[in-house]
Design a protein around this ligand. Structure first.
Ligand code: FAD
Ligand code: A2P
Length: 375
């Protein structure tokens, strides 16, 4: 029998149950809602991960103009592979026209040394070259056996831009070979031919050849040059490349190192390109040093003729300080006969610094820092 009060009490007693059920429903819903939010959060990076699709599209478009994405096998480029060689060979030489041919000597000088320039503009393929190379000259006429004369090599004395900076000439510095035999004066075939040719004459040219005397690309390199007589030819090209204002504008090579020229000549009147060298000294006092050995006007400490090796010995300390710097290159050009003398001087100079030249020289050679062209 239920009284009204009991019914009310019973109803009230169910309230906690209803609340519990309601709470259960609410938390379950909340958990799901939270899970959804969490899932949404973790899904965002997935949305980002889709982005590369765009990049892929861009890449695909770029690929139309750019090289394939897969890299080709690496081609190992040979050292100085870009340096031109043998564009013209003896069977098909280029016939260049003489532009000018003048003496480089002053009054009272010994012998004959000329500066000779050839026009290359009609060469096809174009006969281009770089500083430190040589060209071949095939003198006109025949030898004693009725065969055409063989070519002779001459170091190029101009930069690749040529003396007039137009890039279509090549210049040489040639000494006429003369010697006495059985009371008769013998004139060298090719050197005499070259010293005698006139502007407008055609000359058979081969080459270019040689990679031994190339300059390093490094603008901070130090360049030591040891030259006798016409051995100045490649050095003249280097020095123009370093210091001649118009040449510098053309070559965009801003030499910042030290250049040191040791020059051997028999007399002051035989010094070659002297005015240019003096001008470079004035304009570049911190970058250029010029040491002369004038064999028949100056004496070495033993009272003999002053040769460049004597000057090397005088400057042993400073020179070897430079050689110890791995940016220093040494170039030797001219008379073959000077090689033993230079070696001897370098041996003594090295000893003064506690170094062994016979070990050091092959190391310098291997490192591409010791360059020799003698004849
Ligand atoms: P040739 O008629 O060929 O006579 C030379 C020959 O004469 C010799 O082989 C020898 O048999 C003989 N002879 C020479 N002297 C004597 C002597 N005192 N007594 C007896 N017989 C002798 N020269 C330059 O002037 N400038 C350069 O820039 C230059 N660069 C050179 C670069 C290289 C890489 C080389 C290899 C040589 C270079 N020469 C240079 C030298 C040039 O190639 C010639 O050798 C030189 O001009 C002589 O050639 P020629 O035809 O006049 O003499
Ligand atoms: P010299 O001839 O007085 O003995 P050029 O080619 O104009 O004649 O210049 C070459 C220079 O090199 C000259 O001063 C010459 O001197 C010099 N010379 C000759 N023989 C040697 C040698 N063995 N070592 C170094 N210099 C030399």
């Amino acid at each position: 029998m239920y009284s009204q009060a009991k019914v009310i009490a019973g109803g009230l007693a169910h309230i906690p149950v209803v609340i519990a059920v309601f709470y259960f429903i609410l938390t379950t819903f909340n958990k799901r809602a939270l899970k959804f939010v969490e899932e949404s959060k973790t899904k965002k990076p997935e949305a980002k991960a889709v982005e590369p699709k765009k990049v892929t599209v861009l890449k695909t478009e770029a690929a139309k103009t750019e090289p394939a994405k897969t890299e080709p096998p690496k081609v190992v480029k040979k050292k100085h592979a870009d340096v031109p060689v043998n564009i013209y060979r003896p069977k098909t030489p280029y016939e260049g026209t003489v532009v000018e041919n003048y003496s480089l000597l002053k009054e009272g000088a010994i012998g004959r040394v000329n500066h000779i320039t050839f026009d290359l503009k009609d060469s096809d393929p174009f006969l281009n070259y770089v500083e430190g190379q040589s060209i071949g000259i095939m003198p006109a006429g025949e030898d004693a056996n009725g065969k055409p004369h063989k070519l002779r090599l001459y170091s190029i004395a101009s930069t690749r831009h040529g003396d007039d900076f137009n890039g279509n000439t090549v210049s040489l510095c040639v000494r006429q070979l003369q010697y006495e035999k059985d009371g008769e004066t013998i004139n060298g075939v090719c050197s005499t031919y070259l010293c005698d040719i006139k502007p407008g004459d055609k000359v058979k040219i081969t080459g270019p050849v040689g990679k031994e005397m190339l300059l390093p690309d490094d603008e901070d390199a130090n360049i030591v040059m040891l030259a006798t007589g016409t051995g100045i030819a490649p050095m003249r090209a280097y020095l123009r490349r370093m210091f001649e204002p118009t040449e510098k504008e053309k070559n965009k090579w801003n030499f910042k190192g030290k250049a040191w020229l040791f020059m051997g000549a028999p007399k002051s009147a035989n010094l070659l390109y002297e005015e240019d060298l003096q001008r470079y000294l004035i304009d570049n006092p911190n970058n250029f040093k010029y040491t002369k050995a004038i064999s028949r006007e100056q004496q070495n400490t033993k009272g003999g003729r002053m040769y460049i090796q004597d000057r090397v010995l005088e400057s042993a300390n400073e020179l070897f300080n430079m050689i110890e710097d791995e940016k220093t290159h040494i170039y030797l050009c001219g008379l073959k006969g000077m090689e033993p003398g230079i070696d001897e001087a370098m041996t003594k100079a090295a000893e003064e610094k506690g170094l062994n030249w016979s070990e050091l020289r092959p190391q310098l050679k291997k490192a591409g820092r010791w360059h020799v062209e003698t004849y």
